[in-house]
Design a protein around this ligand. Structure first.
Ligand SMILES: [Zn+2]
Length: 170
């Protein structure tokens, strides 16, 4: 596996739909470990496989922050099965360095996913975890957080987005 960092906005892989994982083998285990490493280095709370140029439906999450206990999860083929409420929060993405914007998302969600042990599990989430899971599942579908912004906000970010695109081609 290459030792690449996080793919930046402008790279077409971020717009591709990741494919369901049929078998949890050494490749998937290595990919998960690699993603945790990249995420930790970048101080992110979530990372989707697309962001390291792999098109597998795999997400890693780590919402532990300092003394705040969170969740450390590997999500294989995650799916949202329920959602309620809505909340607007400032959101960023490792594929968009130094850029953030208010994004409206469901406040609480229910989701299912398979763990590295091959077992399917169900999870109820709210707060930062609910937001991270929604953001990362979007990635697996080629959807980016800027897609949730209104036209005005997007116009305001246009210049920064163009700069990122140039950066991603380097
Ligand atoms: Zn992201």
């Amino acid at each position: 596996m290459t030792n690449k960092g996080v793919v930046i906005f402008g790279d077409p892989v971020l717009r591709k739909k990741a494919v369901a994982i049929a078998r949890i083998d050494d490749r998937i285990r290595a990919l998960s470990a690699h993603m945790f490493e990249v995420m930790k280095k970048a101080r992110g709370i979530g990372l989707a496989a697309n962001q390291v140029s792999a098109l597998d439906r795999l997400v890693v999450i780590d919402t532990n922050r300092g003394d705040t206990k969170g969740h450390c999860l590997t999500l294989i083929n995650p799916e949202i099965i329920g959602a309620s409420g809505s909340v607007k929060l400032d959101e960023g993405c490792l594929s968009f360095p130094e850029l953030s914007a208010d994004v409206e998302r469901s406040e609480r969600i229910g989701f299912t996913a398979t763990g590295l042990d091959g077992k399917r599990f169900e999870f109820e989430a709210e707060g930062i975890l609910a937001r991270a899971v929604q953001h990362e599942i979007d990635h697996l579908n080629g959807v980016l957080f800027i897609d949730h912004l209104g036209t005005t906000k997007k116009m305001l970010l246009k210049k920064q987005l163009e700069e990122l695109k140039k950066l991603s081609k380097k």
